[in-house]
Design a protein around this ligand. Structure first.
Ligand code: NAD
Ligand code: TYD
Length: 379
């Protein structure tokens, strides 16, 4: 399937900018239209290296504005959509749930409806079209820590120890796991996933849905665990670990996610769901220690000198205990594999944030929002 005009929503956000960069550079014959509202999480500085490319265009718009979605999809003759735009931070969803419903649910619905109207108006209808919806493993709820070996070691360790994934049975999220979201964020994402599948089943729209585990890497907004803590360690500020730091997340380097999106966009089967993850589970407290040791070493401080910044704070309400993705379907059917071991990815990530303190200062000061307000008007 070859797409000519690809719309990437949320392209100025953390994962989106990596996807836009990959597509703009890899597919010079395609026009890549990056659509973003530029909320606090969207930052055009993330895309400064691609903005002058002839196959790149940026449009500032709100996905919940259906008339704008209709206009943009028609004007750019969009034949492929990669939909990442969303409110993405669980803690914000607890204090401001309605914004999450508006963007993640109504925004996705507006985009689906606008795409449907345009594609159904064409002689070829849905032929050669694709709506690719990016979702999260958080829709599946939480897993227990009841692993036979305690908390599973990273994939490579387990593979070399000869323990088969079969042995873990339903202790991983598979594509068939029942949805059971707990936070307003994951409930809104779950709802949007259902709408995307309904557009496939009811109207025959070609869609794929992917559910990915936690991402880390450059350009992540420093409200999320890894960039927040790197910045705090650098400035010797407290590191607020929720609860006892026992919660487990399954971490994937963001460029590996972008490669998976490319693979699935081009080779995934319409109507299918693919889970994306690197079999890389870590307890929060172990990540925090790894971050402290890495930042200290790279800044020439005695390793571990800043461990006393760790501060245990009241737990997040409804805090999911463990996420763990089974991505064997994607690996065996489409041949995708994660490229980085976690320690290597963390080293790259810490170096990037330490080398890009200006980027961090800029997004934490809010200066960039004032810049966009001048450039595009304040919406
Ligand atoms: P992010 O918060 O960094 O970026 C979201 C982007 O969407 C921002 O650029 C923001 O300006 C834009 N946006 C928000 N509301 C909008 C609206 N109404 N209209 C247009 N644009 C709007 O998020 P992220 O971490 O890059 O996540 C991207 C997608 O991937 C989300 O759908 C998220 O649910 C999903 N996901 C994220 C992770 C992760 O670990 N970050 C893991 C799995 C899935
Ligand atoms: P986060 O990066 O917010 O991602 P998500 O909630 O989508 O998994 O958080 C990752 C884990 O780190 C999660 O278990 C909550 C925990 N956490 C803290 O302990 N302290 C913090 O300040 C933050 C932001 C997260």
């Amino acid at each position: 399937m070859s797409h000519k005009n690809i719309l990437i929503t949320g392209g100025a956000g953390f994962i989106g900018n990596h996807v836009v960069r990959l597509f703009v550079n890899k597919y010079p014959e395609c026009r890549i239209v990056c659509l973003d509202k530029l909320t606090y999480a969207g930052n055009l500085a993330n895309l400064s290296d691609v903005e002058a490319k002839p196959n790149y265009a940026f449009v500032r718009a709100d996905i919940a504005d259906i008339d704008e979605m209709r206009r943009i999809i028609r004007e750019y003759e969009i034949d492929g959509i990669i939909h990442l735009a969303a409110e993405s931070h669980v803690d914000r969803s607890i204090t401001d749930p309605l914004t999450f419903a508006r963007t993640n649910v109504m925004g996705t619905l507006s985009l689906l409806q606008a795409a449907r109207e345009y594609w159904e108006s064409l002689p070829e209808r849905y032929d050669g079209k694709l709506f690719y919806h990016i979702s999260t493993d958080e829709v599946y709820g939480a897993l227990p820590l009841s692993h036979p070996d305690g908390i599973p070691a990273p994939f490579a360790t387990r593979a070399s120890s000869g323990v088969s994934h079969e042995a873990y049975g339903d202790e991983f999220f598979t594509e068939l796991t029942r949805y059971n979201p707990h936070s307003p964020y994951s409930a809104a994402k779950a709802s949007s996933d259902h709408f995307v599948r309904a557009w496939h089943d009811t109207y025959g729209m070609p869609v794929v849905v992917t559910n990915c585990s936690n991402n880390y890497g450059p350009y992540q907004f420093p409200e999320k665990l890894i960039p927040l803590f790197i910045n705090n360690i650098r400035h010797r500020r407290p590191l607020p670990v929720y609860g006892r730091g026992e919660n487990v997340r399954d971490w994937l380097y963001v460029e590996d996610h972008a490669r998976a999106i490319d693979t699935i966009f081009h080779h995934g089967k319409s109507g299918e769901t693919y889970n994306i993850g690197g079999f890389n589970e870590w307890k929060n407290i172990d990540i925090v220690r790894l971050l402290v040791n890495t930042v200290d070493r790279l800044l020439g401080r005695p390793e571990g000198a800043d461990l006393d910044l760790i501060t245990y704070v009241t737990d997040r309400p409804g805090h999911d205990l463990r996420y763990a993705i089974d991505s064997r379907k994607l690996q065996s059917e489409l041949g995708w594999e994660p490229s980085l071991q976690f320690e290597e990815g963390i080293e790259k990530t810490v170096r990037w944030y330490l080398d890009n303190q200006d980027w961090l200062d800029n997004v934490t000061s809010g200066d960039y929002q004032q810049y966009y307000a001048r450039m595009y008007g304040n919406r």
